[in-house]
Design a protein around this ligand. Sequence first.
Ligand code: PEP
Ligand code: MG
Length: 579
Amino acid sequence: MLIKKGIPASPGICIANAFLLDTEAYQIPEHRVEPKDITREINRFSEAVEDAINSFSEIRNRLSPNLREKTDPIIGSHILMLQDKHLHEQIIKLIRENKYLPEYAVTLTFKKYAKALISADDAFFTSRVQDIYDIERKLLQKLLKAKSDELSDLKNDVVVVAHDLTPSQTLLLDRNKVKGFATDAGGTTSHTAIIARSIGIPAVVGLNTITLDISGGDTIIIDGNSGVVIINPDSDTIKKYSAKERNFVVYERQLLAESKKLPAETKDGHLINLYVNIDLPEEVPAAVKHGAAGIGLLRTEFFYPSIEKLPSELEQLEVFKKIIRQLDDREIVIRTLDLGADKLPIDGQSTEQNPYLGCRAIRFSLRHIDLFKTQLRAILRASDFGNVSIMFPMISAMEELIKAKAILSDVQNELRKEKIPFDPDVKIGIMIEVPSAAIIADILIKEVDFFSIGTNDLIQYTLAVDRGNERVAPLYQPTNPAVLRLIKKVIEVGEENGKMVAMCGEMSGSVIYTVLLLGLGLKVFSMAPIVVPEIKKVIRSVSMEEARQIAKRTLEFPDAQSAANYLIDYTKQIIPQLF
Ligand code: PEP
Ligand code: MG
């Protein structure tokens, strides 16, 4: 049993088999087998060899005759090596005598081969090293096959273990079978964490070496509340966590049942709007179930799995309509593309040196006007079917906003000419997620109907801390006074101008900040559906006057940790059961 501590990224507890992604990129740690299992493990190794040979033969058969001719010597030699009796004997000896797990025995043996080739100091032999790694990878893939099934076609419940998940991998996930995530990389606002929360499954990120600690067929416990991951738990631990899991499910259900019918209202009658963030139409039922007043952020980048598969105007319109139909007139804020940075499905964009500061979000859209216009047409057309607003991400200067609005206006004129209906009063808003935008909020507000504060990025850009980098995760502090002052300013600008200010960053869905944000005057919170009942509970436990006092006091702290401790203590005091 191995216990690891990471960053709690999405609440809940689950126990399942690990599904290790990208096995080929990682080393296999030393693992031993019980003496009674040795024969079984040797058989497993022999089956994996057979499977690997079949797989190489299949690849050969699939090639065009021309290519086959060229690659035959390579694939042929791969197969010959896999059939080599001496190789089998060496690996089986390691399993039998050293009691190594086949995965580890394979890695050791192939490393020895590769080393011998490299030290031969001969160009021909050195060039064969890649072949050795190729064969090793294939064999490992086969040994780990329970875990390397196609992501989209999982047979059993699994916890996905990965270095990190790309958006396209996330899109492929069979959401009924994936019960949790555990990743080496990431912080609380990395997209893996956000997706886990929006699907409502437990996740722990920032575990550094989880992909190395996990091995074939391991059972894994994910405790997304405390950030603990347990590999190969003993039976007592499984019992303890099964009970915890049941209790947590019951607690969440009770909280939801209790709060669903009640308004999000402070003790002294101030009504607050609780919206949700979603990425895909499949998430709408959970949003409605959790009592959301609307969708405060629809991320649209997940509609674009690759540049080859750009969704057409009609395809996008269909998705928007599908979402709107489930909303019964509730408002939906559709954000235009935020491609780039950690959301990089479009090939060729990943080569930027500094992608978070590169051609991301609105900058990307302003350089790909056709793609942008297609999306705007789809959003505008959707506005004829529901209560739709448009939001531009990552505005950092007035020029960008003016350009984006000019393109929007062109698209509106085109639609008018084509007599295609849309809502002429569709509201236009921007994300405030770059410090420059927060600082000039009083100027930008004149051009828009609303703001939505994107704390995930606002924090990373204000503090120069990569939101997805676990090594600097402790520096990613929502309560840093610089961040709080920017948030305060943006809310005040909204109030002074009679315009709505929402917050759709993860900060608005974390109970410890709720009272502070209320006290700063935030009236619209947008968050993952599963946290709505908890946030509502906090709102209902405090008066606006108390919240203002708490916010005032929080702003007086010179450092983030003291402010955070103060907020945690206060929230614990008013609703101890949340902790
Ligand atoms: C944010 O930055 O706070 C936000 C909501 O946008 P995203 O997480 O998609 O970058
Ligand atoms: Mg953002």
